[in-house]
Design a binder for this molecule. Structure first.
Ligand code: SAM
Length: 314
């Protein structure tokens, strides 16, 4: 298949169609798919902050289309405790900070010459619509078919237009051999690529995570970059009892700790270095300082183990 604007391939290779089963909000109403809606709600709230780290005008449309999220806030005025609210304040602002830091990272990779961007576990990421891409930059979004079908239905409903003519969605499971689906969709392994795995890896079994990194390395021409979020080590019982986790579970029904895969996390920076990549890793708090706003450390912090890793294949 040639690269084309907003085409969705399901594993059978048929285009996704708005209005077909799976495009309504029930398709993302539970399990890990609902975590994509959680992040979208955080971005919707952030969009209306006067000091927004990132603005995503599409985010609230996704949330509104999901009956399970009908009572979630979409505006800072719906969050009376502000940043002290563990879910929509602290975790929400973390998602906003992550969005901004990774926006900047991807745009930097494109400035340096990448003309392919691949969003692994793209969820309701609207970067193809809200960031400025060079007209020859292809943007691939990979997620499960039902998530991408829902997303496309919402975007079509508001007549959204991507800022690149080369947006391609690839509906597949990242625990399977997704490389074939990506190359069938027009991806070129001989061109430098900016890869992103944002909010994805914790949901994958350790073997699938390792496989995913090996595939990224195999498909990456020199000059490619990879940015991803990881968690170091296992969180203590005190951290697991943090209100960020309990409030998310009690108020949205999303039990993040139950959704995270129980496998030990592989040492992916070491794996990448073994493939010849260079890596740097950063705490979110470095970016709070850099942008002048965002979450700060707290006792028994759910964010303390989070790292954003930036890797480059020379
Ligand atoms: N990257 C997006 C963002 O930050 O807004 C979405 C993050 S959301 C927390 C996690 C996403 O990973 C969901 O959209 C989910 O469908 C996707 N995901 C999890 N496991 C997956 C798998 N095995 N194959 C494809 N997508 C997967």
């Amino acid at each position: 298949m040639s690269v084309g604007a907003t085409e969705t391939l399901d594993p059978a290779g048929t285009p996704g169609t708005p209005g077909t089963p799976g495009t309504d909000g029930h398709a993302v109403a539970e399990g890990v798919a609902l975590t994509a809606v959680l992040v979208a709600a955080a971005r919707a709230i952030e969009t209306h902050r006067p000091d927004a780290l990132a603005r995503d005008p599409y985010a609230e449309h996704f949330v509104r289309a999901v009956p399970a999220a009908a009572d979630w806030p979409l505006h800072p005025q719906d969050v009376p405790a502000g940043e002290a609210d563990p879910l929509w304040g602290r975790l929400g602002r973390y998602f906003a900070l992550r969005t901004r830091a990774l926006d900047d990272q991807l745009l930097r990779a494109v400035q340096l010459g990448a003309r392919q961007v691949v969003l692994l576990g793209a969820g309701l990421d609207a970067r193809a619509y809200r960031l400025d891409w060079p007209s020859d930059c292809a943007l691939y979004e990979i997620d499960r078919p039902e998530v991408l079908a829902f997303k496309q239905g919402v975007l079509d409903g508001i007549e959204a237009r991507p800022t690149t003519p080369h947006r391609v969605t690839v509906g597949t499971d990242l625990r399977t051999d997704w490389a074939q689906a990506l190359t069938d969709a027009g991806f070129r392994p001989d061109r430098p690529t900016a890869w992103l795995a944002e909010g994805l890896l914790l949901y994958l079994p350790g073997t699938a995570e390792r496989e995913l990194f090996a595939t990224v390395a195999r498909l990456s021409a020199p000059g490619s970059t990879l940015a991803y979020e990881a968690k170091l080590g296992i969180e203590s019982a005190a951290v697991r009892a943090n209100p960020v986790y309990t409030a998310t579970r009690d108020r949205t029904g999303i039990d993040l700790l139950a959704l995270f895969d129980a496998d030990p996390r592989p040492d992916t920076p070491a794996d990448l270095r073994a493939h010849g990549w260079s890596t740097t890793d950063h705490t979110p708090f470095e970016f709070t300082r850099h942008y002048g706003r965002g979450p700060l450390p707290e006792p028994d912090d759910t964010l303390a183990a989070n790292r954003w890793v930036f890797a480059v294949r020379p």
